[in-house]
Design a protein around this ligand. Structure first.
Ligand code: ZN
Ligand code: ZN
Length: 383
């Protein structure tokens, strides 16, 4: 089959690779219909994660058609249209039973690698190297889905591929952002990053009853999108001092919940300069979120971080009584609810797929996505 492979820093190519096969009784094979780029791919693309090897297949947000099922798969049949959670989890360990699917004890083939990086093994994610699973990604014609009954969900007929694909990763991540922030009616929420996850966090916060959501970004086209599709208030950090403006817009108090949806992908001047291969980064958006958050408020970290950050404002966390929460999404918990909201037209996501391309144009799609060129929010590939 054809697949989009990482070939070295900033280099991708479509190659012929072996077809995936069932390896366990709970596996199934899915023929990919849609596979989206994600901000979490950018550190991989740049070669900033150890264990990534030339020939690894990227991609973790996808939707497709079941073509083969293992003998223990109960919830799916051949020809079902399914969206698959980006995270891989067993559904049976202590952590999965608490709903902490991305913390699964059995979701990675590289437990030793994640244990050495973070102290304990975590769940996996498609299209990531050993510490995050070691499973081949979805930018391919076919993908093997482990624990198929846990991570794959049948898509209601009325939801289009272009809408449902975002139930794999961006929508559950955004939903989790609002949930970790315990966003409640009347809250003012600020979100750093107007990409797909930032926009879907804004949408989730408003569905949970937030009074106002302010989205912070450098790109007016994305900010306008967040305003038009989710009713968020735009704030472009190129033109104003963000904490001062947020104080101004909240009667001097600051937002109740601040969500950082930027991570290592932050593009403020100098942020990534000279850092390739290094693990530490200056968390500019995260620092600003901590600084701007009202006393006693909650800061939620959704952006992708892999190692250490420099100069984290711990003093502000302590003296302002902040709560800081973070996770990789536990999508298995929310995907059925999100698909249901999509079916009822409460949640619309298809506008996020600004660039729909054949898999062959994967390298171009990533260049557009990485550089935020031509208004690209997400490139979505069809093999
Ligand atoms: Zn992702
Ligand atoms: Zn588990």
């Amino acid at each position: 089959m054809r697949a989009l492979c990482w070939e070295g820093a900033d280099t991708l190519a479509v190659r012929q690779v072996p077809d995936p096969e069932l390896r366990n009784a709970q596996d199934m094979i899915v023929r990919v219909r849609r596979s989206a780029t994600c901000g979490a791919d950018l550190p991989l693309l740049a070669g900033r994660l150890p264990y990534l090897a030339a020939g690894d297949v990227l991609g973790h947000e996808f939707l497709g058609e079941v073509v083969e099922i293992g003998p223990e798969v109960r919830r799916h049949r051949v020809a079902d249209r399914v969206v698959v959670c980006a995270g891989v989890a067993c559904g049976a360990c202590w952590f999965c039973r608490q709903g902490l699917f991305s913390c699964c004890d059995n979701g990675t083939t590289g437990a030793a690698a994640s244990e050495s990086a973070w102290g304990q093994p975590t769940g996996g994610c498609f299209g990531h190297p050993a510490p995050l699973g070691g499973f081949a990604g979805s930018h391919a014609e076919y993908v093997r889905v482990p624990y198929a009954d846990v991570g794959a969900f049948t898509v209601p007929e009325e939801v289009s591929d272009d809408r449902a694909v975002f139930a794999s990763d961006a929508a559950p991540t955004g939903w989790m952002g609002a949930e970790l922030g315990e966003v409640a009616p009347g809250d003012v929420v600020a979100v750093w990053g107007a990409g797909a996850i930032g926009q879907l966090t804004a949408g989730a916060a408003l569905l949970r009853g937030a009074d106002r959501v302010i989205v912070v970004d450098a790109h007016d086209d994305r900010l306008r999108m967040a305003e038009r599709h989710f009713g968020a208030e735009p704030l472009n950090y190129r033109y104003v001092d963000v904490p001062a403006e947020l104080r101004e817009r909240t009667g001097g108090r600051g937002p109740d919940v601040c969500v950082e949806a930027v991570g290592m992908a932050a593009e403020r001047p100098g942020l990534l300069a000279g850092r390739r291969g290094g693990d530490a980064d200056r968390p500019l958006a995260l620092r600003e979120a901590v600084h701007a958050c009202r006393k006693g408020g909650t800061v939620v970290v959704l952006g992708t971080w892999t190692g250490f950050v420099d100069a984290f404002p711990m003093g502000a966390v302590m003296h302002k009584g902040l709560t800081v929460r973070s996770a990789r999404q536990h999508g298995q918990r929310w995907i059925p609810m999100l698909l249901d909201r999509m079916a009822r037209d409460q949640l619309r996501t298809e506008h996020l797929a600004t660039h729909r391309l054949p898999l062959e144009q994967g390298p171009d799609g990533y260049a557009l996505f990485r550089d935020r060129a031509d208004g690209c929010v997400r490139a979505v590939f069809s093999p």
